[in-house]
Structure formats: C-alpha cells, structure tokens
Write a protein that binds this ligand. Structure first.
Ligand code: THU
Length: 136
C-alpha cells in the first residue's frame, strides 16, 4: 500500500499548526476505508495541558462528521527524526480507529509503517467496560 497521498495531506495540514510555545509543528491525516482523508494539526494553548495533538484533531474532525472505518494515519513534523504518536494519542487511535497502519515520517523523507497494536500493546478499550452495563 502506497501512502504518499496521505503523507502529503498530513504535510499540508501542518501548515495550520498553532505551536507558539513548542514551535513543534505536527500534521496528521487519517484515511478511511472508502478513501476519504481527514486532516488535523496540533493546536497549543497558553494553559499548556489543554494542547491537542495533530492525530487527535484529525480523528475528532472525522468522527464529528461521519462514522468511517479507518485504515491508516500519517504523522508529519519538521523533525528529521521519525515522529511517533504520543501516549495519549496511541490510546485514542487504538480506541477510535483500532489496529490500523500508522505511518511515521521524518522531514527528510524517511517513512516507517507500524500497527497501532505495536505502538500500544495491551490497550484499554471499550471491551473492558462490557462487564459494567449501564444501569438506566
Ligand atoms: N504533538 C503532536 O501533535 N503529536 C504527537 O504525537 C506528539 C506531540 C504536539 C503537541 C505539542 O503541540 C507539540 O507537539 C510538542 O509536544
């Protein structure tokens, strides 16, 4: 599977990164089974912990307007190192998108494809909550 279009979309999304505190711009793009691409960037906040990562922006944008099956997510930054998703994003990716391809990229053109399950083994998911059905 070639992911160059998805990576290009993630790079384009990086242009809107709002990162005045870290200056670390990130762009992400998530691909659906039907071929649709949703993009996102990191958006920082002066109350630092309220920052949202590019991966979650992309996924939340997608889910706020559709219920797609996701197949892949690409991550781009300005770094010459491969940038993996942070721990919080690994949880959200696994929970909302499942075991998809995660395309890590570096700004100098390197690319590595990993599965969400490699990045987050033993995930906490909705299946853990099955024993606790709603009482209402
Ligand atoms: N960031 C992302 O957008 N995605 C990641 O997977 C790693 C970190 C952002 C959050 C923050 O705006 C900046 O990068 C530095 O941590």
């Amino acid at each position: 599977m070639k992911y160059s279009t998805l990576v290009q979309a993630a790079k384009k999304a990086k242009r809107y990164s709002y990162a005045p505190y870290s200056n670390f711009r990130v762009g992400a793009a998530v691909l659906t089974k039907s071929g649709k691409i949703y993009t996102g960037c990191n958006i920082e906040n002066s109350s630092y912990s309220l920052t949202i990562c590019a991966e979650r922006t992309a996924l939340f944008k997608a889910l706020s307007e559709s219920r797609p099956t996701f197949t892949a997510l690409a991550i781009t930054s300005d770094s010459d190192e491969l940038i993996p998703p942070c721990g919080a994003c690994r949880q959200v990716i696994m929970d909302l998108a499942g075991d998809i391809d995660i395309i890590l990229t570096s700004n100098d053109g390197a690319m590595k494809i990993m599965k969400s399950s490699e990045l987050l083994p033993l995930p906490f998911t909705k299946y853990a909550l099955r024993k606790f059905p709603r009482k209402t």
